[in-house]
Design a protein around this ligand. Structure first.
Ligand code: YH5
Length: 274
């Protein structure tokens, strides 16, 4: 897959490192809201082997409040500018807002990661005009309320149908099929059982023939299965990451880059051993 001027070799799996720049970030307590700290975190993740840094200024964790456009811009633009100037990496902007997408790409971001799959106002046409790779994620409902009572007849079938329809909408809007990544949205409007079913049937999402990205890192389904608080979910996260790569997932979005890369390199080596 080609980004502005960088290439990502999708014959092998990659880690997308999470860089939260929200003051209420659940997993870093907001300690990386200052520019220097965020830049340091990005450097560490790249040194640990992350291929992509996902910069997000709008918390999409369950129950999170919505953030204004200006607030989101104030949080992400200076960080994207610094990373772009100082670190050789692919930068992803985690946003659903069209204005944030354009400013982020101008500031040096290379791709768009949208948990709303370009369904918000102007997002589809804006992304198409920017001519960068996009990750389309499935979510039932909106972040603030999505975990209230997620319901499906057949979660995997509905996720595949949704993603397939959004891929078509992107292609119709002028986005090249070569620039599309899909993501079933683990934890986004899904119960523990729904997330388990997604893990069991990842093969049917991979079979859509778009590169698949998955974010499982530290999520509450791991907490529910293991009865572990968020700070004790690394082993569970690694187990899911390895299973995902084994099923053909190409990009794992994770907080713990070094450990995740080791886990997926093992999964990939076993998967491909002749
Ligand atoms: C994703 O899966 N996730 S933000 C709740 C948690 C832990 C982690 C403690 N953005 C994804 O990481 N983008 C997020 O419980 C994402 N795929 C894509 N493409 C949520 C998150 C998290 C939420």
């Amino acid at each position: 897959m080609i980004f502005k001027n960088k290439h990502l070799e999708l014959s092998q799996p990659h880690v997308m490192g999470v860089l939260n720049v929200t003051p209420d970030s659940f997993s870093d307590g907001g300690q990386y809201t200052s520019l220097a700290a965020a830049l340091g975190q990005a450097r560490t993740m790249v040194a640990d082997g992350a291929s992509i840094i996902d910069v997000g200024g709008e918390s999409t964790r369950p129950g999170a409040k919505e953030v204004s456009e200006q607030q989101e811009l104030d949080r992400v633009i200076p960080i994207i500018e610094s990373i772009s100037a100082q670190i050789d990496t692919i930068i992803s902007i985690d946003t659903s807002k069209a204005v944030v997408m354009s400013h982020a790409i101008s500031a040096g971001a290379d791709m768009i990661n949208d948990v709303a799959a370009l369904q918000m106002e102007d997002a589809l046409d804006t992304a198409a005009g920017l001519d960068v790779p996009v990750c389309l994620m499935h979510m039932q409902g909106a972040p603030r309320t999505m975990q209230h009572s997620p319901m499906y007849q057949d979660v995997v079938k509905e996720v595949v149908e949704f993603l397939s329809a959004r891929c078509k909408a992107c292609i119709d809007a002028g986005i090249s099929s070569e620039q599309i990544i899909i993501d079933p949205g683990f934890g986004f409007g899904k119960s523990v059982q729904h997330n388990i079913e997604i893990m069991q049937k990842l093969g049917s999402i991979v079979a859509e023939n778009f590169p698949v990205l998955l974010g499982v890192s530290r999520k509450s389904t791991i907490g529910a299965i293991l009865e572990r608080p968020v700070e004790e979910r690394l082993p569970g996260s690694l187990a899911l990451a390895a299973m995902a790569v084994s099923a053909g997932v190409k990009i794992i979005r994770a907080h713990d880059v070094k450990a995740t890369l080791d886990a997926i390199r093992i999964a990939f080596a076993i998967k491909n051993y002749a």
